[in-house]
Design a protein. Structure first.
Lengths: 98, 135
């Protein structure tokens, strides 16, 4: 069953350090009315030898996602993240209409 | 001459075996964790939501003031809430899989102070290895 989290982006961390094995991007959302942070992964390529490398299309999508999260962080916009527990990757990510 | 770097990945840190007391009761694994945290200087509380189909087992652990305590229900304002499948928890509790691997597979949701989880993992580590989360 999917769950919606609405709130402000609290951080965006990108670590492209392929060679130390931590090629990842995480962001946090503080749900409205709370003080805790929900942590989500945009990607985490830890299983380098088991996964096919990301394609150009993957990178286009990642770039768009990062741009949206960055805009939300900088402009303090509300985002809505839909995910399915226990997953930390999201099904959809959108800016909340005001 | 150009030499391509081959990515070298160190193993992730795994927990010590937390299943010594029981191989079927998740509460016993949390109690074992509490017991191993007895002499640590860590402070905080962690709540686990272990999913098994439609069922959800909630266990919590608080530590830092006196003897660590375990709870078989939700506690108010835990510092960290971890949600994962019960089957994955057993792999983690046996020390077979690192919680960071489960997180990296996208099968663990974390709410709150995830650095607390990393500190607990460091204290209860069974092996030397990587202990970073997008750091």
């Amino acid at each position: 069953m999917s769950v919606d989290v609405t709130g402000k982006v609290s951080f965006l961390k990108i670590n492209p350090s392929l060679y130390d094995g931590d090629d990842s991007c995480l962001f946090g959302v503080i749900p409205t009315g709370t003080t805790y942070v929900d942590v989500f992964a945009v990607w985490w390529g830890q299983n380098l030898n088991q996964q096919p490398p990301p394609t150009a299309a993957d990178w286009v999508l990642r770039t768009v996602q990062i741009a949206m999260i960055r805009d939300a962080l900088v402009n303090k916009l509300d985002v809505v993240v839909t995910y399915e527990p226990p997953a930390n990757t999201f099904l959809t990510l959108r800016l909340k209409a005001t | 001459m150009f030499t391509a770097h081959k990515p070298v990945r160190r193993e992730f840190v795994r927990f010590k075996d937390l299943t010594a007391k029981s191989k079927s009761d998740p509460a016993a694994t949390i109690e074992e964790m509490a017991s191993l945290l007895r002499n640590s200087k860590l402070r905080g509380s962690i709540q686990f939501h272990l999913l098994a189909g439609d069922e959800q087992h909630v266990h919590a652990l608080s530590f830092g003031k006196g003897k660590p305590k375990t709870h078989k229900a939700a506690i108010p304002k835990p510092n960290l809430v971890v949600t994962l499948n019960l089957a994955d928890w057993w792999q983690i509790a046996k020390g077979a899989v690192s919680p960071l691997e489960v997180f990296g597979r996208g099968q663990m949701h974390v709410r709150g102070d995830y650095s607390l989880g990393l500190r607990v993992l460091a204290h209860l580590a069974a092996n030397e290895g990587r202990l970073t989360l997008c750091a």
